[in-house]
Design a protein around this ligand. Structure first.
Ligand code: KG4
Ligand code: ZN
Length: 337
């Protein structure tokens, strides 16, 4: 079954054609990064208006370059949660229009489950496994029981991991998007120049939760306190020390979850899973079977949505024209009173 995937939850306008949930026939990712970079962050209004302007062109390009005829498309999968409401609405409305015009079903799917599905497009992975999602909006440790069943064990109680990368880079004026910039800078820095704190949270009840807000504050406003050497600080040292703390903090919870659940298969997804320090750290730890998506499938892309959507569509699980969007999915981000 050939499925058209549509992803417009943030600043990537992406459409893809995927066969049987595994073979990417073709994918187009039109990134809005250049438009948002002067604000050093995604401007929601600008993002949704740009999706509206671009999406039909991206679709035409996809059809032309894929060599697939529209009549061969058997179903559509579109992200409808979580994300920027205006941007999600553009993708969802476009999906409804194409579904109506081609007289095929569509299904609205969860972006987080999409990220966790991404490595399945490149290799065969049996369930269950620990699904580790690190993106600009989320930081989640959970057990993935099937394409549709994600049991959240821990999540961020405030900022997401990628958000901390982005905000720190923005504060220091290092460039945008912050994750890739900090990753690059860190390669020239001393990761032990600063000993930034890893906050201890509600250990008893929520042992796998993380918090990045305090780390962000420490790096931006209190860094002198955590400096270890007498020599004047280099930006690269701040970047490398922050990156080490952010990644180690997450991995500590991942290893604890692996130990407690007995699940040694680790599947990463989301933009931050492209991070080189994270990948190196995992490779050097023993006893785990680890999967990372390739660079293109770490960040937002429609192939993962089409891949995931195939499983709903082939089981006859469709959405109808009343489907709407949700900016947040409650269980993916905790708030404490
Ligand atoms: O998954 P994604 O493309 O979008 C969301 O769903 O949020 O993730 C984007 C996030 C941004 O915060 C970006 O700075 C971060 O992923 N990122 C990285 C790296 N590449 C992208 N963070 C750390 N290291 C990287 N190499
Ligand atoms: Zn994403």
């Amino acid at each position: 079954m050939i499925v058209l995937g549509i992803e417009s939850s943030c600043d990537e306008c992406s459409l893809a054609l995927v066969e049987d949930g595994t073979r990417i026939i073709h994918q187009v990712i039109a990134s809005q990064v250049a438009l948002h970079s002067k604000y050093a962050g995604v401007v929601p209004e600008l993002a949704s208006r740009t999706h509206l302007k671009w999406i039909a062109g991206v679709y035409n390009e996809l059809i032309k370059e894929s060599g697939i005829e529209q009549k061969e498309i058997e179903g559509i999968a579109v992200t409808n949660r979580p994300g920027l409401s205006g941007s999600l609405l553009v993708g969802l409305s476009f999906a409804k229009g194409v579904a109506l015009s081609l007289n095929i079903p569509f299904v609205a799917v969860d972006h987080i489950l999409g990220h966790l599905y991404a490595p399945h497009l490149e290799t065969h992975i049996d369930y269950p496994y620990l699904g580790l999602l690190l993106s600009g909006g989320h930081s989640i440790i959970g057990i993935v029981h099937s394409f549709d069943a994600y049991e959240v064990l821990g999540t961020t109680i405030d900022d997401a991991c990628g958000e901390a990368f982005d905000k720190i880079a923005k504060y220091f004026g290092w460039g945008y998007p912050g994750g890739a910039v900090i990753d690059r800078m860190s390669q020239r820095g001393d990761k032990n120049a600063y000993a930034f704190p890893d906050p201890s949270l509600h250990k008893g009840d929520h042992p796998y939760d993380v918090s990045y807000s305090g780390l962000k504050t420490a790096v931006i406003h209190q860094r002198e306190q955590f400096q270890r050497s007498e020599t004047p600080p280099h930006p690269e040292d701040i970047a490398a020390s922050f990156q080490k703390t952010a990644v180690d903090m997450f991995l500590k919870r991942v290893y604890a979850a692996a130990e407690d659940t007995g699940i040694k298969k680790l599947v990463f997804g989301g933009g931050v899973s492209a991070n080189s320090y994270l990948r190196k750290s995992i490779q050097s730890s023993n006893g785990f079977l680890t999967y990372f998506p390739s660079a293109e499938l770490c960040t937002d892309n429609a192939a993962m949505i089409a891949g995931l959507g195939f499983h709903y569509l082939s089981a006859g699980r469709f959405s109808d024209l009343s489907a709407g969007v949700s900016a947040r999915v409650k269980r993916f981000k905790k708030t404490y009173p």
